[in-house]
Design a protein around this ligand. Structure first.
Ligand code: BES
Ligand code: MN
Ligand code: ZN
Length: 518
């Protein structure tokens, strides 16, 4: 899809030729006397149209309007959230039509902010995405071009550009999430990462069994050993700032299919475990966005990718494996495999001396029970990092909710046969999983996003959502501002230089479990 931002008044829009003109009508509509405003006012007065977000009224070959069809859509108070609802409804209605060129008019909103323009563009991409890869007779998308019309394209340009970049990243994340496991193997995921490596400022490395063995990633390797499919450890680098600048590390769970292993899952809905690499897909997606927007920040993406299968070579309940940082783990349930691949990726992250590490994982069914599909679970012992991620969720309309990490939750992970067990009891499953991960994060500020409920939809609308790519973008942009702010401070306050410089404490290899921060 091609997006363009244009300054167009309502009067001017009436003479704009296109297949469909989608007009967002706010509750406080003030008429300019133009045919569009007159039409909307009449429809509202007669009770045929409401300004509630997402309410639709369509018209065809309307006098005074050059567009073939007009679609009025209610936008409530015109907030980014309501704009999203409105655009979703309107573009969803156009999705199966013959419309090729649409104009999305935000000019009737009083002062559309950059945030509303971004929300409109993202919703437009969301509503018009169609999965085609494994359909033999998929017809190509009809809608090719959307012109976003605003009163002032200068003040809204930044939001528009963010939105257009996000659409590309979200589409990539959805695409890889949706592909069935036999079309999205660890090797194919690595191929997608290599493709990203051709974009400006992005480099990709892919590690195979030999290197993974040498690194001592015993937990990751253990999960992969039951499958005929080879494992891959994908490393992406986005270099947008000076080399010396500490990167943000993003880790995406890349289980390309989760059968549960020997602790096998029930058959019902097991197909949905092709989505168990949506964390990985969101990392690919955000790198696509970074390549578009080129923020001044360094980012590393880590993806441990493999299948979780039962076989004669698979791990068995009770097996003890040794993680990359020397902790022994008793695998009581082979279906708790996400934390096993993530723990070695967390240890690998230490080498980058990161400013922050965020892992993104479809980790627990318990998180789906706790938060459903509305908010992702956010876990962090670092106040600043937790606040920054929670805020990014709000501003991007890609919500998350902070969950606890009290030490008492780790009690159930104790075992007589290893340093730690990979599962605790049923109670508080999303938190105990996070407590397991926390044991591998002593060297850096860390946060964990459990996206098990938000990464895909079930039922008739089954499909990947591309979440949390929007959240990650706002988080990374806030990190970029923090880096820039620090630089500015160093320039203007030469005396404060020594204090302002972050202290780099070398990360030691540990053999025993760390004392967790509270
Ligand atoms: N990938 C699943 C989590 C999951 C389950 C996400 C259902 C979305 C829907 C994960 O690997 C898993 O199987 N977790 C287990 C952990 C349990 C064995 C402690 C779970 O949640 O049941
Ligand atoms: Mn599992
Ligand atoms: Zn899983």
């Amino acid at each position: 899809m091609n997006f363009e931002l244009k300054t167009l008044t309502r009067t001017r829009i009436c003479s704009e030729k296109c297949d469909a003109l989608v007009v967002l009508i706010p509750q406080d509509l003030n008429s300019e006397g133009d045919p569009l405003s007159v039409l909307a006012a009449l429809a509202i007065k007669s009770g045929d149209f409401e300004v509630k977000p997402g309410k639709l009224l369509s018209a065809y070959r309307t006098p005074g309007i050059a567009a073939t069809r007009v679609l009025l859509v209610g936008a409530g108070d015109g907030s980014p959230k309501n704009v999203r609802t409105a655009v979703n409804a309107a573009m969803g209605a156009l999705k199966t039509s013959t419309v090729q060129r649409a104009v999305l008019c935000l000019s009737a909103l009083n002062n559309p902010q950059a945030e509303s323009v971004r929300a409109a563009v993202v919703a437009c991409g969301d509503a018009t995405y169609t999965y085609r890869t494994t359909k033999s007779k998929a017809s190509p998308a009809k809608l090719q071009r959307v012109v976003v019309a605003v009163n002032d394209s200068v003040t809204t340009m930044a939001g528009f550009e963010k939105g257009a970049a996000l659409v590309k990243g979200i589409e990539l994340a959805k695409e890889w999430g949706n592909r069935p496991a036999n079309h999205a193997t660890p090797t194919l995921l690595a191929g997608a990462a290599r493709e990203l490596g051709k974009l400006p400022h992005i480099k990709t490395e892919v590690l195979g069994l030999k290197e993974i063995d040498k690194l001592g990633m015993g937990a990751f390797k253990a999960v992969a050993q039951g499958s005929a499919e080879q494992l891959r450890f994908i490393v992406l680098h986005y270099e947008g700032a000076a080399k010396a600048e500490a990167p943000v590390v993003l880790i995406g769970k890349g289980i390309t299919f989760d059968t549960g292993g020997i602790s096998i899952k029930p058959a019902a809905e097991m197909d949905e475990m092709k989505f168990d690499m949506c964390g990985a897909a969101s990392v690919l997606g955000i790198f696509r966005v970074l390549a578009e927007l080129q923020p001044a920040l360094n980012v590393v993406g880590l993806i441990p990718a493999c299948e979780n299968m039962p076989s004669e070579r698979a791990i068995k309940p009770g097996d003890v494996v040794t993680s990359m940082n020397g902790q022994t783990i008793e695998i009581l349930n082979t279906d708790a495999e996400g934390r096993l691949v993530l723990c070695d990726a967390l240890t690998y992250a230490e080498r980058f001396k990161p400013r922050a590490v965020v892992d993104i994982a479809t980790l627990t069914g318990a998180c789906v029970v706790a938060l459903g599909g509305v908010r992702s679970g956010l876990f962090s012992a670092d106040e600043q990092l937790a606040t920054s991620l929670a805020e990014a969720g709000e501003t991007s309309l890609d919500l998350c909710w902070r969950m606890p990490l009290d030490e008492e939750y780790a009690e159930g992970l104790k075992t007589n046969f290893a340093d730690v067990a990979n599962v605790a009891g049923r109670a508080g499953g999303a938190v105990t999983a996070a407590k397991f991960l926390q044991r591998f994060t002593a060297g850096f500020p860390w946060a964990h996003l459990d996206i098990a409920g938000t990464a895909w939809k079930s039922g008739a609308a089954k499909g990947a959502t591309g979440r949390p790519v929007p959240l990650l973008l706002d988080f990374l942009l806030s990190q970029a501002s923090a880096v820039a702010g620090k630089k500015a401070a160093l320039k203007t306050l030469p005396i404060a230089r020594a204090e302002a410089r972050p202290k780099v404490t070398p990360v030691k290899r540990r053999t025993a479990a760390p004392k967790t921060r509270t």
